[in-house]
Write a protein that binds this ligand. Structure first.
Ligand code: EPZ
Length: 422
């Protein structure tokens, strides 16, 4: 397995470019199953989770392939409604295909999805919602078998604003009979992107970005051409890289409004942030101030996906910062590795207390999940000496060539094969 090697201490200076959003591209690629024709999805990040989605599309009988920054999908000949466990296990987003396959084929046969280990990640809200759409669900021997001659629209009130469940309901309901209303829907920008893509295909959905989404069932959807929004968590990663190195970065191809909650934390920490329509200019002081209290919340609150990254950045700030992780019960897996690098962090349940230290020091550390991997890269950019980060297969799930972008603005970082690896 390869790893990243980082010599920390250089303030980053220059411009970086943000790619398309992983968490928008994945449900949109699942939605192409509904097109019954050719869809062209631009600004699709070249990451392993997108490759996994392309493999599932080809398994279902689509012809899907990457053409530069775009993925082209011809779903005219969808002929399967099952997804093998090996493909389901690749990522959490494989569960998005459930709603899409049901809407296209009227039946589906899948297993539980994979994804980063962030604590329990059930899909009970997904399945309960699909049953409200008159879809029959049988679970046996680890497989989930769904049948619906025709899904029927319904009002669905989610116990919590689950991103995945909201997306699955939208996908399953677009060709259902009648109207579906999702109450307590997730409001993330990726939900709005999925709504816009589906409407581009001929769906009739409105309310995306609010907590009530209405879907009028239509007979037929068509392939379309669409450009995915920029990745707000990649944007945050570059902001944190500037913050922890006392650097100045121009971050291009962003939607500033999507990172508002994190920008206000960065300003509290002492950074200057200016933004244009699609660019953020951030400059950081030699040492950041701590931020008293950061609570992860559903959008537009502070995003859980930024928690590890910002915790790494504040581990060298002046003072004490307290984090509470309110979305996932097991999302502090990056703390032991940060501690090995000299951070002073105590966790208790869903709370982490971060006492800022002057500087981190290089160590050999292993990533345990995607955003934890990004957090270790951010920490290593500050650390004195060499840091070796393994487990970067997690990083490659959500970032394409992060090391190239960081070295283009002065970071001393490279990817190499771990010693005595073949
Ligand atoms: C999506 O995951 C994102 N993944 C996650 O990003 C993100 O952290 C999360 O939303 C929250 O914003 C993708 O979009 C591919 P949820 P998802 O359903 O849909 C519980 C990353 O790093 N829950 O909103 O799985 C669940 O356990 C990834 O890019 C149920 O209890 O998140 C969690 O505690 C990590 N039952 C909470 O809801 C269900 O049926 C939020 O989950 C579904 C969820």
């Amino acid at each position: 397995m390869s790893m990243l090697v980082v010599e920390g201490g250089t303030p980053l200076e220059g411009g970086v470019y943000v790619h398309g959003a992983k968490n928008a591209a994945l449900p949109i690629l699942a939605a192409t199953v509904l097109g019954n024709g050719v869809s062209v999805v631009h600004n699709c990040p070249n990451i392993t989770d997108v490759n996994a989605a392309v493999n599932i599309l080809n398994h279902l009988g689509c012809r899907a392939f990457r053409d530069g920054d775009s993925v082209i999908v011809d779903s005219s000949d969808v002929c399967r409604w099952d997804i093998p466990e090996s493909m389901m296990r690749e990522m959490r987003s494989s569960v998005m295909f459930l709603g899409a396959i049901l809407a296209r084929c009227g039946k589906a046969d899948i297993t539980y999805p994979g994804g980063c280990e962030l604590g329990p990640r059930p899909i009970d809200l997904h399945l309960k919602a699909l049953e409200k759409l008159s879809i029959r669900i049988d679970e046996k021997l680890g497989r989930i078998n769904c049948r619906a001659c025709k899904a029927r629209g319904s009002e669905i009130s989610l116990d919590m604003p689950s991103v995945g469940a909201t997306e699955n309901i939208m996908l399953a309901a677009v060709t259902a009979k009648g109207e579906t209303v999702i109450v307590n829907a997730a409001q993330e920008p990726e939900i709005v992107d999925l709504q816009n893509f589906l409407n581009c295909m001929g769906a009739k959905i409105h309310g995306g970005g609010t907590n009530v989404i209405t879907i009028q069932g239509v007979e037929q959807l068509y392939g379309c051409e669409y450009t995915v929004i920029p990745d707000r968590i990649e944007t945050v990663t570059y902001m944190a890289a500037a913050g922890i190195t006392g650097g100045r970065l121009s971050i291009n191809n962003v939607i500033p409004e999507h990172v508002q909650a994190v920008a206000s934390v960065m300003k509290c920490a002492g950074c200057d942030i200016m933004h244009g329509e699609s660019r953020i200019d951030i400059s950081a002081p030699p040492r950041l101030k701590s931020v008293d209290y950061i609570r992860t919340m559903p959008y537009p609150g502070f995003p859980t996906d930024a928690q590890a990254i910002i915790m790494a950045m504040l581990s060298v700030s002046q003072g004490v910062s307290v984090f509470s992780e309110n979305i996932f019960s097991g999302r502090f897996k990056h703390v032991p590795a940060l501690t090995m690098m000299g951070a002073n962090i105590i966790t208790e349940g869903r709370t982490a207390i971060v006492r800022g230290v002057n500087r981190l020091y290089g160590a050999s550390v292993k990533a345990e999940d995607l955003r934890g991997a990004a957090a270790l890269v951010v920490a290593a950019l500050n650390a004195e000496g060499k840091t070796e980060i393994s487990g970067i297969n997690y990083l490659d799930r959500g970032y394409c060539n992060l090391e190239n972008a960081l070295s283009s603005v002065g970071a001393n970082i490279y990817r190499c094969k771990k010693e005595n690896e073949i």
